[in-house]
Design a protein. Structure first.
Length: 372
């Protein structure tokens, strides 16, 4: 079979991009031909059996205008019909399938902005028009959701028919699984030694590419608000592409700048997760949260918010999920309660990870695409 996949831009770091690569690998591994329609492919070449169709970027001033132009180019590409199945990995209409990597924009933005702003702000209006074309009848695009909440939100916002939506399991890279215990402990010891972590220190890990969406500001403030007897031995590891000046100011304001290490963007975070003691992720906007799954698989206890699509996995493992509406004081309290019992929480996390299927998204999605 021949598959046409559309993604606005590819790089090896984003969650959507990693899902795209795993799907391409799964399809080409089954002997199928895959065409990736995109404006840019930054990173190693795609697998054998993949053809890149690079669309010249419109280079307009705004991201939303560029996305509209990309959607128009994809519509023209669909008219050639030289493929068996089309998949939009970005939120653009016309494909047989849409991979919903993000939250339903209409529901999320309606909670943040007035109806007037959503209607007349060019950015909001453009993205909502694209989403409407994908989700609302009479569209026949099938929507691959990665969290149960997405199915509920699309149905409420657009009247999306239930038979057009289906839920995929998590799609963690199998390489993120916790290795054997001797290897896991060796990795943990090495990364802690390199970063001068003392035996009595507790390492709290943040993984983020957005201060606001991932709640990085909330997390830093919460660490700063811990009781002194808990805070004094905390070491804060921050991984991801973030505005350094903004993060350093937040750390200074919280009084924990001397206890933090900024790693920047890395190719993987498994070693950091093996070296840490708690994964803190009080997100404001997180359709799924692949990092939550990676933490659980590494045996790292997680504290997160119920807004995350993968929060049910954390709830099943340790119950450490903050319910909406979010309250900063509740975050500090739950973290304070967790810190003295991280050993027990780690055992619960490991037991849960042994029973869960965290890696089959690409395989399950490919099975569905083949039956189209």
């Amino acid at each position: 079979m021949k598959f046409l996949l559309a993604i606005y831009k590819y790089n090896p770091f984003g969650g959507l991009q990693r899902d795209t690569l795993r799907l391409v690998e799964e399809l080409t591994g089954r002997g199928h031909e895959v065409v990736v329609f995109t404006t840019a492919w930054d990173g190693p070449p795609p697998p054998a059996g993949t053809k890149l169709e690079l669309v010249p970027s419109s280079k307009l001033r705004s991201n939303h205008a560029n996305m509209v132009k990309f959607a128009e180019a994809f519509r023209r590409r669909l008219e050639r019909r030289d493929f068996d199945v089309s998949v939009a990995m970005s939120r653009i209409p016309g494909a047989d399938f849409y991979f919903a990597a993000d939250v339903c924009m209409k529901v999320y933005w309606s909670n943040l902005h007035s109806a007037f702003a959503l209607r007349f702000n060019p950015r909001y209006a453009a993205y909502l028009k694209l989403e409407h074309a994908v989700a609302a009848p009479p569209s026949r695009t099938r929507i691959a959701c990665i969290a149960q909440a997405q199915m509920r939100d699309y149905a409420a916002a657009y009247g999306t028919e239930p038979d057009r939506m289906f839920l995929l399991p998590p799609g963690m890279d199998p390489a993120c699984r916790r290795p054997s215990e001797p290897e896991a402990e060796a990795i943990r010891s090495e990364i802690r030694n390199v970063n001068q972590v003392q035996p009595d220190d507790t390492v709290i890990l943040l993984v983020s590419n957005s201060v606001y969406n991932k709640g990085t500001d909330r997390a830093i403030a919460a660490v700063g608000a811990l009781p002194d007897e808990l805070k004094k031995n905390i070491r804060l590891w921050i991984v991801g592409r973030l505005p350094e000046n903004e993060i350093r100011k937040a750390l200074d304001d919280a009084g924990v700048a001397g206890q933090a290490v900024l790693f920047g963007q890395t190719d993987g975070v498994r070693d950091h997760m093996l070296g840490a003691d708690l994964f803190l992720h009080p997100a404001r906007n997180e359709s799924a949260g692949s990092a939550l799954i990676e933490a659980l698989a590494a045996g790292l206890p997680v504290l997160t918010t119920d807004i995350c699509g993968f929060a049910p996995f954390v709830r099943n493992a340790t119950g450490t999920v903050l319910e909406s509406p979010f309250r900063q004081a509740e975050l500090v309290k739950m973290m304070s309660d967790m810190l003295p019992r991280l050993g027990k929480l780690k055992q619960q996390t490991l037991a849960c990870a042994e029973k869960e299927d965290f890696c089959s998204r690409a395989r399950v999605f490919a099975d569905i695409l083949e039956k189209r």
